[in-house]
Design a protein around this ligand. Structure first.
Ligand code: ATP
Ligand code: MG
Length: 274
């Protein structure tokens, strides 16, 4: 599903990612562990091109999204992202947060079809060969109503439908993060990238967020998770990557990495965190 080939990222003369090559297959749950500053967050942000890689390729479903000529917005909508600090829009209600991207994309697609049809009509007037128009089977109102219905369904799923019309500032950290997760789900992503989704939470909120991620894992969603929760990584990951100084130094099944690490740096790191 995602093939990363020799990905490098530098900020000025600071080389943060020094050549990462990895394939992530559909349905995999990949946990990324490693010391602070090793480039884990940078790697995740490069995966969906929130950050432009300095060099290398990221082939997502057959398209190199690191290629500047590719319209990244079309591909990025299939990659959800969940951050440590939730990144909800505080000036929008919970349901508006969840509806925002689907409505934006839906209307964008609708307008672009209308725009293209306008030119096809013009062209058809002057040319013998009549090109078919794009099919338009929706309206702005329908797009909004569908997004609202889907958002309510997602809120019901996490037991927070009564919070639909409140602002994020009135929620607990665990509630905010579960909303951030269903906001990502609202786009029907093919993969979700999580950057330390529980690090900013009070300990009693961690469980509810991990439980939701576990449910997604069980449903077959492809997940890439940077985490400091080693127990969680061990429980849900199908593969664990150990990163240090901009490289993947070791990758293996959780059992092997945690019980029988091979690289000296992995051993050192695990001896500190386990
Ligand atoms: P942590 O576990 O603390 O979150 P990390 O493994 O996620 O660490 P990154 O945030 O990817 O590490 O940072 C890797 C290195 O890149 C660090 O030295 C950081 O200072 C640097 N860095 C990250 N983002 C930028 C940026 N936008 N500009 C300059 N340097 C950056
Ligand atoms: Mg980080």
């Amino acid at each position: 599903m995602i093939d990363v080939i020799n990905l490098k990222k530098s900020y000025g003369n600071l080389d943060v990612l020094k050549g990462i090559t990895i394939s992530i297959k559909e349905g995999e749950k990949v946990a990324i562990i490693g010391p602070s500053g090793s480039g884990k967050s940078t790697f995740l942000r490069c995966l969906n091109c929130m950050e432009d890689p300095t060099s290398g390729s990221i082939i997502f479903e057959g398209v190199d999204i690191a290629d500047m000529r590719v319209d990244i917005n079309i591909h990025r909508r299939h990659m959800g992202m969940v951050f440590q600090q939730f990144n909800l829009f505080n000036n929008k209600t919970v349901i508006e947060n969840i509806m925002l991207a689907p409505v934006y994309i839906g209307i964008h697609d609708l307008n672009s079809k209308k725009f293209k049809n306008f030119f096809i009509r013009l062209r058809n007037i002057f040319s013998k060969e009549k090109k078919p128009l794009y099919e338009i089977n929706t309206t702005r109102e329908k797009i909004k109503a569908d997004a609202r219905e889907n958002a309510l369904r997602l809120l019901r799923r996490i037991g927070l439908e009564d919070k639909a019309n409140v602002y994020p500032s009135t929620l607990s950290g665990g509630q905010k993060q579960r909303i951030a997760i269903v906001r990502a789900l609202a786009m029907n992503p093919k993969v979700i990238l999580f950057d330390e989704p529980t690090s900013a939470l009070d300990p009693e909120m961690v469980g509810e967020v991990l439980d939701l991620i576990k449910q997604l894992a069980a449903e077959g969603m492809t997940l890439v998770i940077v985490t400091h929760e080693m127990g969680f990584a061990r429980e849900i990951a199908t593969r664990v990557l150990f990163m240090d100084e901009g490289r993947i130094l070791e990758e293996n099944t959780p059992d092997e990495i945690f019980s029988n690490p091979q690289n000296i740096r992995t051993k050192e790191f695990l001896s500190k965190v386990l």
